[in-house]
Design a protein. Sequence first.
Length: 305
Amino acid sequence: MAVLGFPTMKRQMRVRQENVMAILLFATVLFVLAPFAAAQPTFSTTTFLEAVRTKFGKPASCKHPTCICSIADESIAWRLLSEYGSIFVAADAVRVPSHCIFENEKQVTEFQSSSRSSSEIMSGVTIELQDEAMTALLNAQAEARRIGLRITPLDGSIAGKRSYSDTIRIWNSRYLRALDHWVRRGKISPEEAQTARNDAVLVQIRKVMDWESTGLNFGTNIKGSIFSSTAPPGTSQHLSMLAFDVVQYANRNIRAIMNKHGWYQTVANDPPHFTFLGLTEKELPSRGLKNIVKGNYKFWVPDLK
Ligand SMILES: [Zn+2]
């Protein structure tokens, strides 16, 4: 063993002291930052598509909206997911369809009859929702009542569950009226409109997307997009019994109470429409949702990168 000279020993002691100080400083930083690290969402990097793919148990290769949505037309798949897709990352306690569109009444009836649901009379109309969504809504209504407010259904029983034929009827109330309007304005030919009236749903969606991209709006009263006004037949969140349209949506306190009970506005430009996600607001980014503010309202929509 070499015998060290006194200056060398002093230098080594100083180096050891500096190392100890550095370790203590590092430990202090870790101690201070630990609570913040723990507060981060577990899946903060999860994208929306990945969250849906995982939830549906689809293979790792299924990363594209056409596969996630089970719709071959890429632009329709993107559009449906971006408009109405938030529902697909709802809490596991509720049931969501494994594709973006129900093709007929039979598919809707099968989904609805095999999901646990309950009905309540609200403002004189029957509202039916999945059990967890109904319990949360009743709790929200009770909380609102305690501060002298009400949460009531908009436009009768279609505020809750809808049938496939309901979604056709509501879509046609905009779609057919807008076709007539644009024919009168000379923007769409009578022959083209006649064909469009009888097209299959996916073809109607494709054509409306094309027309609206040129400024021919199909929304309520020919204002805005039809996709913010009503979902195309078979694509409405109301079919899943996880949506509820609220009369008092403009009241900030009502929105806060709905949010607290897992109900969020998820369709941009449709503020009366709330979706039951059954999650806390802090959990939503971890499911691939982002919030956007339009008007006075905050919408939780898919973060489609
Ligand atoms: Zn709605």
